[in-house]
Design a protein around this ligand. Structure first.
Ligand SMILES: *Cc1c(COP(=O)(O)O)cnc(C)c1O
Length: 387
């Protein structure tokens, strides 16, 4: 089981198979019964394997958690009801009044709301720096840092952050480093191998891959993941067994899907960059992209996400989007179907126009989540929509 492709198929499942089934069953039971009080107590105290109550642990969810841990090369992983549940539970566990978190300005919209609203209300010092200004981020870390929170490539402008060098700077200050690996997936980027302590995911995106199950995951150092697990036991942000099953099934094809999406996105980005109607293309796989050198160092593929802006501003976007035949106009990403969106209704729906402008997100930006369709068909569709 050396290769990620193989592990995506097999990892995490064996211990939860039942009744000779080859697929992990969906365990809908909320509670797990014990005849003897001693057996029950041993499980409750963590001295024996088993489950007590599904808000805390559940066999189907555990298979999902083990697959995520395996693919991220993590000691441990836990599931969440959504990506935002994973992000917020991790940050609220590791931060307390008087502590300090350093991050970048263009994190995912919901994460940004935590940084600008919820965490400051807990008397947590939040220092957000320009995503591509590594010196400024290092200066913020040097002022004191309990948590360094990174997202790369970013949503929606695909900026790239140097995980290894910023992690080294944060570790010198004794900080915990969290990386949102939603866009890259463990197939394209392994933040823990680059030194990070924790990885978070919106499993609703590429991990699940079919836009039909909501979930999140946190993977990494066992002691840290266990602290967040005990917090989640109380906040109750647990992943449901049916969603866990859907995510587990989706993850079996993760490597196949990402391979196709990497190749198609690169072709489409290059095609868009040469199109006269296109103003700018944001994709770290393009040699001309400002993040290309770092991305080439820390990623094994550049991912299925890209964005572009059009000459003619928002009116041009408004005219083009409805003409696309091979794309859902919707607020998600990472599915087998191609999806287009604009920041105001997708990644940064939680933000005001002023907040988006402050984050450097053009209002005429189109975000493209490249699906697994044939790239020739996707390019032909873009061509007719831009014509
Ligand atoms: C979607 C997303 C999230 C939030 O995930 P949900 O499952 O929608 O809660 C967090 N980070 C990134 C990068 C995302 O794209």
């Amino acid at each position: 089981m050396d290769h990620l492709d193989t592990r995506a198929v097999w990892a995490g499942e064996q211990a939860e198979l039942a009744h000779r089934g080859t697929q992990v069953p969906v365990q809908h039971s909320i509670a797990f019964g014990y005849e003897g009080v001693d057996d029950w107590l041993a499980v409750a105290l963590g001295d024996a394997p088993g489950d007590i109550y599904s808000r805390n642990t559940n066999p189907t969810v555990r298979a999902f958690e083990r697959k995520v841990a395996d693919l991220e090369g993590a000691e441990h992983a836990i599931g969440f009801a959504s990506g935002m549940a994973a992000v917020s539970n991790a940050l609220l566990t590791l931060l307390a009044p008087g502590t300090r978190v350093v991050s970048v300005k263009d994190t995912y919209g919901g994460t940004n709301q935590l940084f600008i609203d919820i965490l400051p209300r807990q008397q947590i010092d939040v220092d957000l720096r320009d995503t591509t200004d590594h010196e400024a981020i290092e200066q913020a870390i040097a002022r004191g840092c309990d948590v360094l929170y990174l997202e790369t490539p970013t949503n929606p402008t695909l900026k790239v952050v140097d995980i290894a060098s910023l992690t080294a700077a944060a570790h010198e200050r004794g900080a915990v480093v969290i990386v949102d690996n939603t866009f890259a997936t463990p197939i394209n980027q392994q933040p823990l191998a680059l030194g990070a302590d924790l990885v978070v995911h919106s499993a609703s995106k590429f991990l699940g891959g079919h836009a039909d199950a909501l979930g999140g995951a946190l993977a990494g150092r066992r002691d840290l993941v266990e602290r967040v697990y005990h917090f989640r036991e109380i906040t109750g942000a647990a992943l449901g067994p049916r969603d866990a099953y859907m995510l587990l099934r989706g993850m079996k094809t993760l490597a196949l899907r990402i391979e196709r999406q990497n190749a198609s996105a690169l072709r489409i980005a290059a095609w868009l960059a040469a199109h006269s109607g296109v103003e700018d293309v944001f994709y770290p796989g393009l040699a001309s992209d400002p993040g290309h050198a770092i991305a080439a160092r820390q990623m094994t593929g550049f991912g299925g996400m890209l964005s572009f802006s059009l000459h003619g501003g928002f009116d041009a976007v408004r005219a083009m989007l409805p003409r696309l035949r091979l794309a859902h106009r919707a607020a998600n990403l990472g599915a087998v179907e191609t999806i287009v969106g604009i920041p105001a209704t997708t990644s940064h729906v939680e933000c005001t126009a002023e907040e988006r402008a402050a984050m450097g997100i053009p209002e005429a930006l189109v975000r493209l989540s490249v699906g697994i369709e044939h790239a020739d068909d996707l390019i032909a569709d873009l061509a007719q929509a831009l014509a």
